[in-house]
Design a binder for this molecule. Structure first.
Ligand code: NIG
Ligand code: FE
Length: 423
């Protein structure tokens, strides 16, 4: 190593650090006062971690005489942390463009699901796909997310609903850990739907007695790496009791609980998540007042998904009530064949317009709080010494353009940097 440091990012017009006191998450008031430096620089070590952040003169003085493998002169540009997408379903074959047309013509999500479409349709296509097709499709999607500024992404299985295909999906996720620079948090979601022709009880037993034990074997052999467990807790899918059993079993083998709840019907999923010590519950369009209080108390993050409410024309989750009550609010794209969105800037835009988040709240929700929902906010989600140097250089006079401009984000994002490497 001939240089002292991997990277110097020098003289950003604005550098949004998000937070600067090693907070693991931000609540409403802190989300409104993000740490923003003007004319700032940042230094990254060869370990990919941030070594220093500060004013351009201060950093120039502190590192006078040091050498850098690479220097990025970002004069006139802005820097924000890499975006964190806390909820995606990126491994599947086929598409559901025909169902988009059906939904526009008036069919509801559950009408399509009950008729054997929706998740069932994608399960059929995914079971029939080869391992390399799954990997190729996943890779292409993650590459698009990366170009739109996502540097850490949660990736779910859940279109197999049997041991073989669930593991194939998790293997695909494992393979891209080695081929793409994007950070990954992997989620086992074998209880994403009750397979066609099975009862809930049969599906529950399959998950508990077949899929989870096989998953554990594969994890212990190092074939796959899984961080979280998920269930679709919904009327007509998995009820509260089945959800509790699956999530508890996952927790007992060391997985973080992070599940779909209170989306289409009030299920008291938020209360269940709080009781089980879930790191996060996603959706929450139908959350109860008690559920909001319980999540605030248990520090369970609410992962809100603006694309779902938009595309299914659902009522919006009560983001402001959650923020006012002290819930940790995070964002995710929910990328899946129903909500085909790879762009967290667009997700932040929708969250601002439809859920009434402010610009700073949306950025905090898509960085530090999303990292918290994945159990990764000690390493990701803000630009602070000791954290992984994941950042975006954006070619706009103020950082807020990343959310303000509707689409075209790939042109705004001049560089995506992961662990101090320009990718
Ligand atoms: O988060 N609600 C359950 N799961 C996904 C949809 C998956 C699908 O329709 O394929 C969601 O929106
Ligand atoms: Fe989802």
């Amino acid at each position: 190593m001939s240089s002292d440091y991997r990277l110097l990012v020098r003289n950003a017009r604005q550098m949004v650090c998000v937070c600067d006191a090693r907070q693991r998450f931000l609540l409403k008031e802190q989300m409104q006062q993000l740490a923003v430096l003007e004319h700032a620089s940042l230094v990254v070590g060869h370990d990919g971690l941030v070594k220093a952040v500060g004013g351009v003169r201060e950093i120039d003085e502190q590192f006078a005489g040091s050498s850098f493998e690479r220097t990025l002169d970002v004069t006139g540009l802005c820097v924000v942390p890499g975006l964190v997408d806390a909820h995606t379903h990126p491994v599947w074959a086929g598409d559901r463009v025909h169902e988009f047309a059906m939904k526009l013509a008036g069919a509801s999500y559950m009408d399509v699901h009950r008729a054997g479409g929706g998740i069932h349709f994608t399960v059929e296509q995914t079971r029939a796909a080869s391992q390399s097709d799954l990997q190729g499709a996943l890779s292409g999607r993650l590459e698009r997310m990366l170009r739109a500024g996502t540097t850490l992404v949660e990736c779910k299985s859940g279109y197999g609903l049997d041991t073989h295909t669930e593991l194939a999906m998790l293997r695909a996720i494992q393979s891209v850990r080695h081929t793409l620079p994007i950070g990954i948090s992997a989620t086992y979601c074998g209880a994403h739907a009750v397979p066609r022709g099975k009862t809930q009880e049969e599906a529950l037993q399959d998950v508990l007695c077949e899929q989870l034990p096989r998953l554990q074997e594969c994890v212990s052999r190092g074939e796959v790496c899984v961080d979280n467990i998920d269930v679709f807790c919904e009327k007509g899918v998995f009820d509260r009791d089945a959800t509790r059993q699956i999530l508890s079993a996952g927790k007992s083998i060391g997985l973080n609980i992070n599940f779909h709840g209170d989306e289409l019907h009030p299920m008291r999923a938020a209360e269940l998540g709080a009781e089980l010590g879930a790191l996060a519950v996603s959706h929450l369009e139908e959350v109860s007042d008690e559920g909001i209080v319980a999540m605030a108390r248990s520090k369970t993050a609410a992962v809100l998904l603006p694309t779902t409410a938009y595309i299914l024309r659902l009522k919006q989750p009560r983001a402001r009530d959650m923020l006012d009550a002290g819930v940790i609010v995070a964002l995710g794209s929910d990328f899946n064949p129903n909500a085909y969105c790879c762009s967290m800037p667009l997700v932040m835009h929708l969250a601002c317009v439809n859920m009434r988040l402010s610009l700073t709240e949306a950025l905090a929700a898509a960085t530090i709080n999303a990292a918290y929902a994945l159990g990764a906010s000690h390493t990701h989600g803000s630009l602070e010494p000791g954290k992984q140097a994941d950042l975006l250089v954006i070619n706009t006079p103020r950082w807020e353009h990343l959310i303000y401009q509707l689409g075209g984000h790939q042109e705004l994002i001049k560089h995506v940097v992961i662990k101090g490497n320009i990718v």
